[in-house]
Structures are given as structure tokens and as C-alpha cells.
Design a binder for this molecule. Structure first.
Ligand code: NAD
Length: 495
């Protein structure tokens, strides 16, 4: 399949020709489709399939049959590795096209898509391809009368339900380990962002993944997502999205076949700055944590908890640093902040701007809506000071560029504020005192704690949350395989 340049993708978008359909071996369902609009200027860039319960049923049937027949599930891991390495190479060849698709579909800055999202997507496929033939089972420490083999097996039919904020990368985080482990995988991309997933599934076929081992069903969460969640023949749902929808998947499972559910949900992550922090070094990290990807980021450091004695100095540096963050059309390579992903989401974020002022927040910078650009859903990076722990902005995941600033005087108070949330996905803190950094890292209740920088780790480290940020398994690292394999004991009696 020919790879497109970003200019070609943008031209297709302008002509309304971008398409993402269902990919289900041997099945053509209904032809209903949904309009796909770009948040950049709210114009129609094409259509996606409006999948339904019949499509879901067909995808599950073919996934199950393929799993049982074994062209993928029973292939030697070293052979699966070769196919997945080919896929990673194809992704690399198509990286500019995939970057442009995510940019136009989600309104993400093209520079980020080209330099961060798609390279990380490709790395993820290489990493799991290379890992899969290095996973060993175990032999139990039995006496001579028996031999206990502990073996890893793929589970069966795995559904990956994806969010819209990192379309290609979230696809990779789930599909790469699930496929590498030998499962039949069904992808349900977010209805707002199906384009890169569609292309990547097509590339997987080109690389040699059997059609029945990877399917895609597009469409609305309430229709396609719910049908997958309630299906009696799905073994695993690996979900990334909001905590609210994550809860629904637990209900779907309880009401159907008790399928395994892994949830990677929302966050309200703290950034704690102590009085001995190196402020100049911290500022770019604090800004990236707070505003990267328009703050449409699950691990967004949306609460800045700072020692009162250095607050004014830090705020001045943050305001200065933000001058380099240009708001505008994300197809422009100099832009760092594009639009909110859709009108409803823009309205929600705007509500928090208004509410925070009503509740007594002090606007330090930003707050402006750039309604003269494209769709008008462009919100300046905004900082509010005087945010107390009872205010809405402190408690709720906004998923938009609003940073809440609160202060502390003692280390205990800082830790208490950091942990004062229902979420526990990530945290970062800044201090030059090594003993303090270790002490605080241990006390913060979050899946990833970064010291003197903002990071989600990388593909080699497990990622996932505590508390209402999720449970059931981790993405990334070798730990991700535990979502997609089951352990069997084979007991030989030796008498
Ligand atoms: P969302 O929960 O609205 O949607 C996620 C997926 O669920 C989509 O594919 C959607 O179609 C589907 N869905 C929606 N309603 C459904 C329903 N009633 N039944 C079944 N499926 C349904 O989330 P989103 O708005 O796409 O993504 C943003 C959220 O994702 C944020 O809360 C963010 O924190 C979270 N997120 C978490 C991580 C992580 O690793 N923890 C990573 C990225 C995003």
C-alpha cells in the first residue's frame, strides 16, 4: 500500500475523502456511515462506518474461529515475531501519513504527531515483536512423583477499546502485546478518531497478520462499545477512556460472561514543587505536564502544588515560558496548542473556566478563547491561582488546558494535597534533596511518580493507575502481557 505525504492526507481531508470502515474478514454489514469532522475547522473530512451489534457479532465469530483454528494463536512465537517486525517496518514507512491522520482527526499538533506519537507507536510494535519469543513458562518445585509445568497461553478473543486523545499510540499499546501473545484482537477506536487505526489494521494484513486475527469495528460507543462489552464470547476487554465509561464495562461484564476487564481511566495528577527545586530546569517540564496535547492527556499534571514561599517566582517563570506556546491551526508546524477535540468537549472545558472564576480562582494567565481561528474551539493555556481543595477545578479531570495552583507550607501538607484525589495515575515532584525525593515518591499514591521531570516512563515500564484511574493490569512493559495471557498448569503424574 502506497504511503501518503501529509500534504496528500490534508488534501484528501479537504475533499472529504478520508474513510475508516469496519474490517471483518468475509463480512459486509450495513452501509450506514457517520460524518467525520475535523476539530481544526469543523469541516467534513470524510466518513466512518456506523457499526452495530451485527458487525460486532460477525467480528467476534470470525475472531473466535480464527483463534480455534490457530493460524495465529498456534504459530510459534518466533514466527509471530517476524510478522510483527514486518508490521513495525510498514508503520515506519507510513509514519508521515499516520501522523497527518491523527493531526487532522484529533486536532493534535502535527509536530507532536511526527516527533512523538508515531515514533512511540512504531517503537511499541518493535518492542513487543522482539519480546514475545523471550517469555518463558516455569516448572514448579515438585517432588519426583510429579512434574508441574506452568505455561502461558493466549486468552482468546481480546477487545481493545480506545480513546481519542492518542489514537495511534493507544492502538499500539493494546494491539501490539495482545497480538504478539497470539490472541484474536478486535479494535474499537473512538468514534472521533478512527483513521489511523483503520490504516494500521490494513498494514497489519499487508504484513501477514491473518484477517481473522485482527478486526476493527468502527462506530459509536453506546452501540459498538456496549455490544462488545456485553458479548458472551469475548474473553477480555482492555479499555482506555474515561472513568465513567470504564464503570460501564464492569457492569457489561457482570451482566454477561464475566469477561476480564482491564481499565486505564482518567487522572488529576499533581505536580509538587518544593522550595529547594531548581525552578529554571523545572519550568519546561511543568508546562509540558500541564499543557502537552492541549492537556487532553490522562497523565496531565493539572494540579500544581507549590511551596508558598516560591509561588510568585515560579508563576512568573511559567507565564514567561508559556509565551513560546503558540495557539493555532495544528497543521502549522510552529503550533503547540490546537483545538479541543469536539464542540461538546470545548463546552465542558469552557464551563470550568467560568466556574473557577465564580468559585474564587485568580486568573494568572490565559483564559482566552481563540474563536476567530477555525472551529473556534481553541483555548489558551490557562493558569488559576488560589485553587483550594474544595473547588471543582481541583477535583475534576478537565482534559483541557487549565492548570490549578495551590500552596503548602510543610512536606506533610504537600503530600496530603497531592493524594487528595480519587485518581492515582501519575505525579511529579521537584526537589534537590535526595532523601526527600525518595520519601515523597514512596508516599504518593500514583502508578507513575516522576522526580525532577514529567514522564510517563517509556515502553519498557508498566503504565497504569491506582484508585479510580484504573485496575486489572498495566499497559507497556512486559507487564502488559499479563492482560493477554493466561496461566495454565500441566501436571504430569510420574508414578
Ligand atoms: P470515553 O470514555 O468517552 O471513550 C473511550 C471509548 O469508550 C471510546 O472508544 C468510546 O467509543 C467508548 N464508549 C463511550 N461510551 C461508551 C458506552 N456507553 N459503552 C461502551 N463504550 C463506550 O473516553 P475518551 O473521551 O475517548 O478519552 C478520554 C478519557 O480517556 C480521559 O478520561 C482520559 O484520562 C482517559 N485516558 C486514559 C489513559 C490511561 O492510560 N489511563 C490514556 C488515555 C486516555
Amino acid at each position: 500500500m502506497m504511503s501518503l505525504t501529509k500534504e496528500q492526507v490534508f488534501a484528501q481531508a479537504k475533499a472529504g475523502k478520508l474513510w475508516a470502515g469496519n474490517l471483518i474478514a468475509g463480512f459486509v454489514g450495513n452501509t450506514a456511515k457517520l460524518e467525520n469532522r475535523t476539530p481544526i475547522d469543523n469541516s467534513v473530512i470524510g466518513y466512518i462506518a456506523d457499526g452495530d451489534a451485527l458487525d460486532v457479532d460477525a467480528a467476534v465469530t470470525v475472531a473466535r474461529a480464527t483463534f480455534e483454528q490457530g493460524p495465529w494463536s498456534q504459530l510459534a512465537p518466533g514466527e509471530r515475531k517476524k510478522v510483527m517486525l514486518r508490521l513495525a517496518q510498514l508503520l515506519e514507512q507510513h509514519s508521515e501519513e499516520l501522523a497527518a491522520l491523527d493531526c487532522i482527526d484529533a486536532g493534535k499538533p502535527i509536530t507532536e504527531c511526527l516527533n512523538t506519537d508515531i515514533p512511540a507507536t512504531i517503537d511499541t510494535f518493535y518492542w513487543y515483536a522482539e519480546a514475545v519469543d523471550k517469555l518463558f513458562g516455569k516448572i514448579a518445585p515438585t517432588g519426583p512423583d510429579a512434574l508441574g509445568l506452568i505455561v502461558n497461553e493466549p486468552i482468546g478473543v481480546v477487545v481493545a477499546v480506545l480513546p481519542w486523545n492518542f489514537p495511534a499510540q493507544m492502538f499500539a499499546w493494546k494491539v501490539a502485546p495482545a497480538l504478539a501473545a497470539g490472541n484474536s484482537v478486535i479494535v474499537k477506536p473512538a468514534e472521533l478518531t478512527s483513521l489511523s487505526a483503520y490504516r494500521m489494521v490494513q498494514l497489519a494484513y499487508e504484513a501477514g497478520v491473518p484477517r481473522g486475527a485482527l478486526s476493527m469495528v468502527c462506530g459509536l460507543g453506546e452501540k459498538v462499545g456496549a455490544s462488545l462489552g456485553k458479548h458472551m464470547d469475548v474473553d477480555v476487554v482492555s479499555f482506555t477512556g474515561s472513568t465513567e465509561v470504564g464503570r460501564l464495562f464492569l457492569k457489561y461484564s457482570a451482566d454477561s460472561n464475566l469477561k476480564e476487564v482491564i481499565l486505564e481511566c482518567g487522572g488529576k495528577s499533581p505536580q509538587v514543587v518544593f522550595d529547594d527545586a531548581e525552578l529554571d530546569a523545572a519550568v519546561p517540564h511543568i508546562l509540558a505536564a500541564a499543557f502537552w496535547n492541549m492537556s487532553e492527556n490522562c497523565s496531565c499534571g493539572s494540579r500544581l502544588i507549590v511551596d508558598g514561599s516560591i509561588k510568585e517566582a515560579l508563576l512568573a517563570k511559567l507565564v514567561e515560558g508559556l509565551k513560546a506556546w503558540k495557539v493555532g491551526n495544528p497543521m502549522d508546524e510552529t503550533v503547540s496548542i490546537g483545538p479541543m477535540v469536539e464542540q461538546a468537549h470545548f463546552n465542558k472545558v469552557k464551563l470550568f473556566l467560568d466556574l473557577t472564576i465564580q468559585e474564587g480562582g485568580r486568573l494568572v494567565t490565559g483564559g482566552k478563547i481563540h474563536d476567530n481561528v477555525g472551529s473556534g474551539w481553541y483555548i489558551e493555556p490557562t493558569i488559576f491561582d488560589n485553587v483550594s481543595s474544595t473547588m471543582s477545578l481541583f477535583k475534576n479531570e478537565v482534559f483541557g488546558p487549565i492548570l490549578a495552583v495551590s500552596t503548602f507550607t510543610t512536606e506533610e501538607e504537600a503530600i496530603a494535597l497531592a493524594n487528595d484525589t480519587n485518581y492515582g495515575l501519575a505525579a511529579s515532584f521537584y526537589s534537590q534533596n535526595v532523601k526527600r525525593t525518595m520519601r515523597v515518591a514512596r508516599k504518593i499514591k500514583a502508578g507513575t511518580v516522576s522526580i525532577n521531570g514529567f514522564s510517563e516512563g517509556d515502553i519498557s515500564t508498566p503504565f497504569g493507575g491506582f484508585k479510580q484511574s484504573g485496575f486489572g493490569g498495566k499497559d507497556n512493559g512486559l507487564e502488559a502481557f499479563s492482560q493477554y495471557i493466561q496461566t495454565k498448569v500441566i501436571w504430569y503424574v510420574n508414578e
